[in-house]
Write a new protein. Structure first.
Length: 108
C-alpha cells in the first residue's frame, strides 16, 4: 500500500539473510543543483526492522512526534550549549560558566 507524499517510505532490502530487512527512510530536505537547475532529495534512514508491521509502526510513531534526526551524533558540549541558550536568561552573568569549567576541561 502506498503512503502519502512526504510521509516517508518502508521497503524490504534485497540482501538475503538480514536480521532486520525492512528499512524506514524519510525525506529531510531538498538540495538544488544550481548548474543544472534540478533538485535532489536529502534522505535519512530512521532504522531497520524485522517485520513490515514494526517498520510501519516506527514510521507512524515518528510522524506523530517528529524529532530532530541529526541530533544522534551530537556531543555533550554541543548539547549543553544548545540547552544553555534556551535555559539561561541572556544578559545575566550566570555562575554556570564557573561550575561547568571543569566539565569542559575534562575528556568524556
Amino acid at each position: 500500500m502506498r503512503r502519502a507524499n512526504g510521509t516517508g517510505h518502508v521497503f524490504k532490502m534485497k540482501e538475503k539473510g538480514r536480521r532486520n530487512p525492512w528499512r524506514v527512510r524519510i525525506t529531510v530536505g531538498w538540495e538544488m543543483n544550481e548548474a543544472t537547475g534540478k533538485s535532489k532529495q536529502i534522505i535519512k534512514t530512521l532504522g531497520y526492522y524485522p517485520s513490515r508491521q514494526k517498520a510501519e509502526a516506527a514510521l507512524n510513531e515518528y510522524l506523530d512526534d517528529p524529532y530532530n534526526i541529526g541530533n544522534k551524533d551530537m556531543t555533550f558540549d554541543e548539547l549543553y550549549k544548545e540547552w544553555s541558550e534556551y535555559y539561561f536568561v541572556r544578559g545575566i552573568v550566570c555562575p554556570h560558566n564557573y561550575v561547568c569549567l571543569s566539565l569542559y576541561a575534562s575528556d568524556l
